[in-house]
Design a protein around this ligand. Structure first.
Ligand code: GDP
Ligand code: MG
Length: 162
């Protein structure tokens, strides 16, 4: 049984970019604007010789339900099927109300969570990442999914809880 790691977070925080970074290839669809087609896509991934299934979420069409409810819905489904949740927050933007709603849901689930503070492209944003300790999910791992900075440490943190 291969463990499932689900990548959860608001649109545009860099989930798909991070998935591609972990896969080492461009497979997940990256969009500058939220509203792509696919909802949940599973990939075979490996790190340090450990195999796992990586589930990208999002790519919501903004429909009548509105984006906020869709974020919560998608997160809920992904969390249910996950062994570990990779919760991605845009560290530069900081935690939003939508992020807070996902945090509640993650707490209720009791699933292990690895918190990724994304878009920490350089040292200047380390403080923004550290501010995410306030979410109460433990250590925020500063990552630049775009450039690869910090992604190895975040992956090690996932393996630690797998
Ligand atoms: P998703 O909606 O959460 O899957 O986000 P995407 O992966 O589609 O990325 C949304 C936008 O954020 C794209 O323009 C990405 O290039 C950008 N992005 C993703 N990761 C980073 C990062 O680490 N640093 C910066 N500066 N931009 C990023
Ligand atoms: Mg995406």
């Amino acid at each position: 049984q291969v463990p499932v790691v689900a990548v959860v977070g608001r649109p545009n925080v860099g989930k798909s970019t991070l998935v591609n970074r972990i896969l080492g290839r461009r497979e997940a669809v990256v969009e500058d604007v939220p509203g792509v087609t696919r909802d949940r896509v599973a990939y075979d991934a490996e790190w340090s010789g450990r195999r796992f299934t990586l589930v990208d979420t999002g790519g919501w069409a903004i429909d009548a339900k509105g984006i906020h409810l869709r974020v919560a819905e998608q997160a809920e489904i992904a969390v249910e099927l996950a062994d570990v949740v990779l919760f991605v927050v845009d560290a530069v933007v900081g935690a939003t109300d939508d992020d807070a709603a996902v945090v509640k849901l993650l707490r209720r689930s009791g699933k292990p969570v690895v918190l990724v503070a994304n878009k920490v492209d350089d040292q200047r944003f380390e403080a923004d990442a550290a501010a995410l300790w306030n979410l109460g999910l433990g250590q925020p791992w500063p990552v630049s999914a775009l450039h690869g900075r910090g992604s190895g440490d975040a992956l090690d943190a996932i393996l630690d809880v797998l």
